[in-house]
Design a protein around this ligand. Structure first.
Ligand SMILES: [Mg+2]
Length: 273
């Protein structure tokens, strides 16, 4: 997977792993700093200490923001330190290098999507009149996948399970994150893009962090994986050998996760010298 002696790569999910909306922070959050403004308001935050930890991590490793957000949604975020050299957005559909999407990478991803049901079919099913009671809005993201804003209390678990089965038969994955229900084609993964960044940077070891089902492949791929004790993976008790799980949940869990990642880079740096 990765070569010995190379630089440490940290591929880190953003929402509810590194950055948190007010609703996702949890009770009694420590002092926070805004990292995203949206429609004139502060939208996402990190703890003040997490900002410093991230800066330290960026100095030691190749830190790669990794998200299901579209390029436009990702552009609203300003993390600490210098802009990331690489970023994985649209769940791996776009690989940004110095802020510019790699056209060849995107073309290769589109070719791999030919193996599952087309986006139009996924969108049409989500839009079904039967879903009207719980479906508020639906969006297509980057012409790659779709998501819906839903009323959680009106979306019964058996309906969600039925939907999951319908999409799985067609090679699509569902992920419920807060009020957003994502429908993503199976070959569109963060891990494929992470492997490409590892190849290009000659990474020696890959560390990953994430909280949702769409991060499971990334956590599986990495040499060292960390997840917070909240979110979709926590709900299903997802694990893998050597998985690190934070004690704290919410935005404090995000800070703890950075401490865990930093401690692991220390281990690797000292092992190499
Ligand atoms: Mg997340």
């Amino acid at each position: 997977m990765t070569g010995p002696g190379g630089r440490t790569l940290v591929v880190c999910d953003l929402d509810r792993t590194l950055i948190y909306s007010a609703a996702a922070m949890g009770p009694d959050p420590p002092a926070v700093r805004c990292v995203e403004r949206y429609q004139g308001a502060d939208a996402s935050f990190m703890t003040v200490d997490a900002v410093d930890l991230l800066r330290a991590l960026q100095q030691r490793c190749e830190f790669v923001p990794t998200t299901t957000r579209t390029r436009e949604q990702y552009a609203r975020i300003t993390l600490a330190g210098s802009p990331a050299r690489y970023a994985i957005v649209a769940n791996g559909g776009h690989l940004l290098h110095n802020g510019v999407s790699d056209v060849d990478w995107n073309r290769g991803v589109l070719a791999r999507l030919a193996d599952c049901a087309p986006l139009a079919e996924a969108v049409e099913h989500l839009d079904s009149p039967a879903h009207a009671p719980w479906l508020r809005r639906q969006r297509v993201a980057e012409d790659l996948f779709c998501y819906a804003i839903v009323e959680r209390e009106l979306l019964a678990p058996d309906i969600l399970a039925e939907l999951q089965a319908w999409y799985a038969e067609r090679g699509w994955v569902l992920s419920m994150q807060g009020r957003k229900l994502y429908c993503v084609p199976h070959p569109l993964t963060k891990s494929a893009a992470a492997a490409e960044v590892a190849r290009r940077t000659g990474a020696g070891v890959v560390l990953a962090a994430g909280d949702s089902l769409l991060d499971a492949d990334l956590l599986e791929y990495a040499d060292i994986a960390v997840r917070p004790s909240h979110g979709e993976l926590e709900l299903i008790g997802w694990t893998r050998p050597g998985l690190l799980v934070t004690e704290a949940a919410g935005i404090a869990g995000g800070e703890e996760l950075l401490r865990l990642l930093l401690a692991r880079t220390d281990t690797y740096l000292s092992a190499r010298t």
